[in-house]
Ligand binder design. Structure first.
Ligand SMILES: Nc1ncnc2c1ncn2[C@@H]1O[C@H](COP(=O)(O)OP(=O)(O)OP(=O)(O)O)[C@@H](O)[C@H]1O
Ligand SMILES: [Mg+2]
Length: 1013
């Protein structure tokens, strides 16, 4: 209940009336109308009174006020209903619908447009381009439909002459993603005739007033409305609609919606062709009718992209198949005029239906996959012609009023009948509220075999000439006793009714007198086949598509098409079924209703015509609606479903109750929330009186949901983490086993390959190592080292102890010089003490040995490391042959020519390093601590030029190592040395004619020239 308005504006909800009476209802309605409050609630129904003036209540700020609000939080408004329907759809993912009813001019179409605007405004918060496009098209489609389906009538300057039911589809987020329009029975007779004061469809006037000169010329049209027979009746009428401006708006809308230029062009051509058709005149020449203005025929042919003679033939003849023969039967003048008018109506109707289909093609939901996008829900908006009573009511009014009876029946069924029956069934204390059930009138019209439509169809089915009077006669005889039917014949005193012409139906909304004239024709809706073929053969593909049945050849027998009334009846039954399927929200069994009331017949914003309004309130059953609503309950739900939705609110019911029944559990829950005074407990359902209670329940639920969601998230996250942990653990186990397997198989492989290496000649040197897994790389290195050591130890084991020093020296030489000097002399035995060796020094060894022994005694050396003849050069560039004798304590320089007299003794601890060249020469420089380097070139006699450098280096390095000292060995050319602190170099040069190595002086030191070979 709206609380935001003060009482000076009357009661915002009729339910709040002190007494439910017609005077109070009317007084409230009038007061609110006069205060500019055109909307009033009856619970969730909006009663709307046409203000006939622009009100500033539809803007962005108003929309914001209603967005997401509950019905009773804001003053009554269309937006409140639109929001409620939208919320209902979104909350429960269920289709809903809004039914807008009221008589012509009461404001239904305007209301439907405001509702759509509201929905468009509150959706798509993320501004998705696709949704914006859909919304734009849905809104734009209205103006196109209105141009072609609306007309000025005596009641309404913009009267919808067709019924419209529009579905708007929403995705799971609640954004519009498409739509679909169902159109119902266009009042096409308006194309050829209009009652005084009325006009044809807006489209004709718009084209003539708004089309450019050039366009009109191409369509052979002139601006003057009165030049065209079909529309000249209302040509002078002042209309509140600016046709010229509308023309451009509609053209633009068609473009935006996605009509192709050639389609738009065809639309104009069809309109022009119809206007020209109306001007066709037939004259009779003898018996044969002729076309008086043949030029018009060729214009029509041009506009319809067909041939003039074919148009003429279709207008004057009809092709009849009699048995096997096909003959052209000439029309009478009357038939020709009838054919022309039928043709004009038919092409307009086709055009209209084609426009609707085209719009549907464009706005339909595309590429929607419910498995991906979630459920797609629908809000249906019904804006269908209201109840009509004209001075002359014909077949169309009959259909329209029948439609209103059907909708009223739906309202009665849902709001009044089922509601009360349910209270009784559920054992809720209830005082029955009386209402008029219009089922009897619905039956009068639609009952099989007995109803007016059945009788009309029967009449149309008869072979031979059947007149409208004969139809009336059939009605009289079959419905004579019906309380809601009468005619002059049945009630002779009723002078309002004309004999053989009128019948009256006592509708729920009032009595309507219908003239039977035209009923048969309009019901048969005959259009000569020739016209269909003519259109099908048009070279304009758009036109051709509109007439697919023109493809049939003359001789093809087609099933008799359903009559117009039966088609309409079927569409109404389908519509009502569809609406009934969209109204199950929260146990409420009704659509959202907007009940429109027309305050006066003068389109005046000031007048509130009590009588007119009371009549509408009466027949709309609004007072009964208030009574049921007041005494009744806004919502109901089975205990089970109720619990399912709200059980989280109370600890008694969450997660499951242990009470004897769901009913008890619901009671407990309701008492816990303190709502016990606002509910009633039925046998299977709980009834909630006010929406506020339901809303509070919803709010409590929403609060709890957050906690439940958190709880679920917690559990689920835990589950996820556990699952992830298990997976990781499993993976790790697999990895571990796999690694173990890799390691094991590597070790097995190593064991296999190296099996028996001990007995191999090379102790497994040739065995190829398998490539190890990554983790064993270092292990492999270690293993190889161990293996190599083992192999070395095996090898060493086989070496006699006496050879060991020599082997060690060779190893030391290799370590020091490998890769730096070519010949290390490894192949030969290293004798070391060459001066004592007879082969090397045959004459002098005898002299040397006693000297060496003497030195041993004197200097107490243990081992001789090396001895050899050398050639030396000193700092005075003096070159002399000498010998060196290296023991484990000293390096002696001796003079061989003087019985190996010691010339110089260098203790080994004074020796800091050796320098050798990288060639094959035998140069060696001993570096000493006191920078008095000794530069020599080794000499060998036997064999000559034996390379002993490797041996000298190896022996010395090995010796130093054994004493844990380091001996620096440099391999360079030239060799650096220091003579008494003076730096100089010795470079080695090869000379071809050099007999023996010899030193010469040069600028930077010395050159050792060696013989080349
Ligand atoms: N809410 C409104 N505000 C201002 N004017 C309104 C409003 N509703 C209706 N009208 C005026 O009343 C006219 C008729 O309204 P509308 O066309 O909606 O009637 P309707 O019920 O659809 O009639 P019909 O059954 O003939 O189609 C509108 O053209 C407009 O001038
Ligand atoms: Mg309308």
């Amino acid at each position: 209940m709206a609380e935001q308005e003060s009482l000076e504006f009357g009661k915002a909800d009729f339910v709040l009336m002190d007494t439910v009476s017609m005077p109070e209802f009317m007084a409230n309605l009038r007061l609110r109308f006069e205060k500019g409050r055109i909307y009033t609630f009856i619970g969730e129904v909006v009663v709307s009174v046409n203000p006939y003036k622009l009100l500033n209540i539809y803007g962005r700020d108003t929309i914001e006020q209603y967005k997401g609000r509950e019905l009773y939080e804001r003053p009554p408004h269309l937006f409140a209903i639109a929001d409620a329907a939208y919320k209902a759809m979104k909350r429960r993912s269920k289709d809903t619908c809004i039914v807008i009813s009221g008589e012509s001019g009461a404001g239904k179409t305007e209301a439907s447009k405001y509702i759509m605007q509201y929905i468009a405004a509150i959706t798509n918060p993320s501004q998705r381009a696709e949704v914006e496009r859909v919304k734009n098209m849905l809104l734009k489609s209205n103006c196109v439909l209105e141009a072609f389906g609306n007309a000025k009538t005596n009641r309404n300057d913009n009267s919808s002459r067709f019924g419209k039911y529009m579905d708007i589809n929403f995705d799971f987020k609640g954004d519009p993603i498409g739509g679909h329009i169902n159109n119902y029975l266009l009042e096409k007779s308006r194309v050829i005739v209009q009652q005084p004061g009325e006009r044809s469809f807006h489209s004709f006037y718009q084209l003539l007033q708004g089309g450019s000169e050039q366009m009109l010329r191409s369509l052979h049209l002139q601006k003057s409305l009165s030049s065209y027979n079909y529309i000249h009746v209302g040509a002078q009428l002042k209309s509140s609609i600016n046709d010229a401006a509308e023309f451009r708006v509609v053209a633009d809308a068609m473009k935006v919606i996605g009509f192709k230029p050639e389609e738009i062009q065809t639309v104009y051509k069809i309109l022009a062709a119809i206007l020209h058709l109306g001007n066709l005149k037939f004259v009779v020449d003898g018996d044969t009718p002729l076309i008086e203005n043949g030029k018009v025929v060729s214009i029509i042919a041009e506009l319809l992209s067909t041939k003039t003679d074919m148009v003429e033939k279709a207008l004057l003849y009809r092709t009849v198949a009699t048995g096997r023969d096909i003959i052209d039967k000439q029309h009478t003048e009357q038939e020709a005029s009838y054919g022309r008018d039928a043709f004009a109506k038919a092409i307009y109707e086709r055009l209209f239906c084609w426009i609707v289909t085209r719009i549907n093609d464009i706005i339909e939901v595309k590429n929607y996959d419910t498995t991906i996008h979630g459920k797609n829900t629908v809000i249906g908006v019904l804006d269908i012609y209201g109840f009509e009573i004209f001075d002359n009511n014909s077949f169309e009014q009959f259909c329209i009023n029948y439609c209103n009876e059907k909708l009223q029946q739906l309202f009665i069924q849902l709001v009044l009948k089922q509601e009360q029956e349910e209270y009784q069934r559920e054992g809720i204390p209830w005082k029955h509220i009386d209402y008029f059930n219009n089922q009897i009138i619905v039956d009068l019209v639609e009952q099989q075999h007995k109803g007016i439509i059945a009788i009309l169809d029967d009449a149309c089915m008869n072979v031979g000439k059947v007149t409208d009077e004969m139809f009336l006669e059939a009605l009289n005889s079959k419905l004579g006793k019906h309380a809601h039917f009468s005619s002059r014949k049945l009630c002779a005193s009723d002078k309002i009714l004309e004999f053989d012409r009128d019948f009256r139906i006592r509708h729920y909304a009032g009595d309507v007198v219908y003239s039977v004239i035209g009923f048969i024709d309009k019901n048969k809706d005959t259009l000569f086949q020739d016209f269909k073929r003519l259109m099908y053969n048009s070279s304009n593909p758009v036109l051709k598509n509109m007439w697919p049945e023109g493809k049939l050849s003359i001789t093809e027998v087609t099933k008799r098409p359903l009559t117009a009334a039966t088609l309409f009846k079927n569409s109404m039954i389908a519509l009502v079924d569809n609406l009934a399927s969209k109204i199950d929200y929260c146990g409420r069994k009704e659509p959202y209703y907007v009940r429109c009331i027309k305050p006066n017949d003068k389109k005046s914003p000031q007048i509130f015509d009590d009588e007119r309004c009371r009549h509408q309130v009466e027949y709309l059953g609004l007072l009964e609606n208030v009574r049921v609503r007041r005494a009744g309950f806004a919502f109901r739900q089975t205990y089970e479903k109720f619990l399912h939705r709200y059980k989280m609110i109370s600890e008694f019911t969450w997660p499951n109750h242990d009470l004897p029944s769901d009913k008890e559990a619901v009671k407990k829950l309701i008492e816990r929330c303190g709502f016990q005074d606002d509910v009633a407990y039925g046998k299977t359902k709980i009834f909630i009186r006010t929406p506020r209670t339901l809303f509070t329940l919803e709010e409590l639920r929403a609060q709890m949901l957050i906690r439940i969601v958190l709880f679920l998230q917690k559990v689920w996250r835990g589950t996820l983490a556990r699952m992830r942990y298990k997976r990781t653990k499993a993976a790790l186990t697999i990895i571990r086993y796999y690694r173990r397997y890799k390691v094991k198989s590597y070790i097995h492989e190593v064991a296999r390959r190296f099996h028996g290496v001990k007995t191999m000649r090379d102790y497994g040197k040739h065995v190829k190592w398998p490539s190890p897994p990554k983790v064993l790389r270092r292990f492999e290195e270690a293993l190889q080292t161990i293996f190599n050591r083992w192999r070395a130890s095996q090898l060493i084991k086989s070496i006699p102890a006496s050879d060991l020093p020599q082997v060690r020296a060779k190893v030391a030489a290799v370590e020091m010089l490998k890769g730096q000097r070519a010949d290390l002399g490894l192949q030969r035995a290293w004798e070391g003490n060459y001066l004592a060796s007879k082969p090397d020094t045959p004459q002098t060894s005898g002299t040397f040995v006693p000297v060496a022994n003497e030195l041993k005694r004197k200097d107490k050396y243990m081992n001789v490391l090396f001895s050899c003849h050398v050639r030396k050069v000193n700092r005075f560039s003096k070159v002399e042959d000498r010998a060196i004798f290296v023991t484990d304590r000293h390096l002696y320089k001796m003079d061989p020519t003087k019985q190996y007299k010691v010339m110089k003794t260098i203790p080994l601890y004074n020796l800091t390093g050796l320098s050798v060249s990288n060639g094959k020469d035998q140069l060696v420089v001993f570096h000493t601590k006191d920078n008095k380097d000794l530069i020599v070139c080794l000499f060998s006699k036997q064999p000559t030029h034996e390379s002993r450098i490797g041996e000298l280096v190896g022996v010395l390095v090995n010796h130093f190592k054994s004493e844990k000292r380091h001996l620096q060995v440099n391999v360079t050319n030239p060799v650096q040395c220091s003579l008494h602190g003076k730096k100089c170099t010795v470079s080695v040069e090869t000379r071809l004619n050099q007999p023996q190595p010899d030193f010469t002086k040069n600028r930077s030191g010395f050159i050792l020239s060696v013989p080349g070979n």
